[in-house]
Write a protein of this length. Structure first.
Length: 274
């Protein structure tokens, strides 16, 4: 998976390069629409609850243990996690649109700094919640979500280091990796709903929310997008046309799966709750 951002120049006369770039644009278009739908869902569901009832309003949400009386720090961490999620999910795609980056560099830098800072803050809040309140899915969920938080903090630091050093190509690639791991919670939902549509939920115990697929996808939510992104990067660096065509097909298939997962999550999980 990739974005419309490209740190490698595309030769106009090479159609494999154009197809590879088009596949990336296609996936990004699907992902951006899907993330903005998810951001709308989170904002429309949780912000009014918090505005009307304060932290106790989280108890009326679909979050497991959304509000626990007496646990002020945990309740505050969930509220911060939810509010910041709207900022992150809304702003992430904007960072990866080259037209915005090139025409409005000041806005790009402002959104980028906000994105990285809030991503680190929400990762810290997520770590606290995982190890104090737990997570559905058992031990695999604990480990995977903790690993994702570590990756977010690490990738953000590396992206900032390359930006400060003015190594823009490296910065963009690490920013794209950061986008993938920050989006893990979104990937988890659309991937799970895609799996339900494709298999009817094979490998998922819906009562305990455990099973082989859940265990796999807790880690897959991070590593499947990262692996496809790295394959895309390698294809960009190749001179031959065959690898580019093969990867263009892979990314196009990923775009199709992403679109199906977004549709399933939107119609089956997000909109019915509003």
């Amino acid at each position: 998976m990739t974005t419309v951002t490209s740190d490698m120049s595309v030769q106009p006369g090479r159609w494999p390069d154009r197809l590879l770039q088009f596949s990336g644009v296609l996936w990004f278009f699907c992902a951006a629409i899907g993330q903005w739908i998810f951001a709308y869902y989170v904002a429309a569901l949780y912000i009014p609850l918090l505005a009307r009832k304060g932290l106790p309003g989280l108890g009326d949400s679909h979050l497991p243990d959304g509000y626990i009386p007496g646990d002020a720090l945990g309740n505050l961490a969930i509220a911060i996690h939810v509010v910041i999620a709207v900022i992150i999910i809304s702003g992430g795609p904007l960072q990866l649109i080259p037209q915005i980056r090139n025409r409005f560099p000041g806005f790009h830098r402002l959104v980028g700094r906000t994105y990285m800072i809030t991503a680190v803050i929400t990762s810290a809040a997520g770590l606290y919640l995982v190890w104090t309140r737990g997570v559905v899915g058992g031990q695999a969920g604990h480990i995977a979500i903790s690993l994702d938080a570590i990756l977010i903090i690490s990738f953000a630091a590396i992206a900032v280091r390359f930006a400060i050093a003015r190594k823009i190509d490296q910065h963009r690639r690490w920013a794209m990796r950061l986008f993938m791991v920050v989006s893990a919670v979104w990937f988890f939902r659309i991937g799970m709903m895609f799996w339900f549509m494709a298999t009817g939920g094979v490998g998922i115990d819906t009562e305990t929310f455990t099973g082989p697929f859940i265990t796999f996808w807790y880690f897959g939510q991070m590593f499947v997008p990262l692996i496809i992104l790295e394959i895309y990067f390698r294809a960009q660096d190749q001179s031959g046309g065959a690898p580019k065509l093969a990867v263009a097909l892979l990314v196009t298939l990923a775009a199709g799966a992403t679109a199906i997962g977004i549709f399933a999550a939107t119609m089956g999980m997000w909109f019915p709750r509003l």
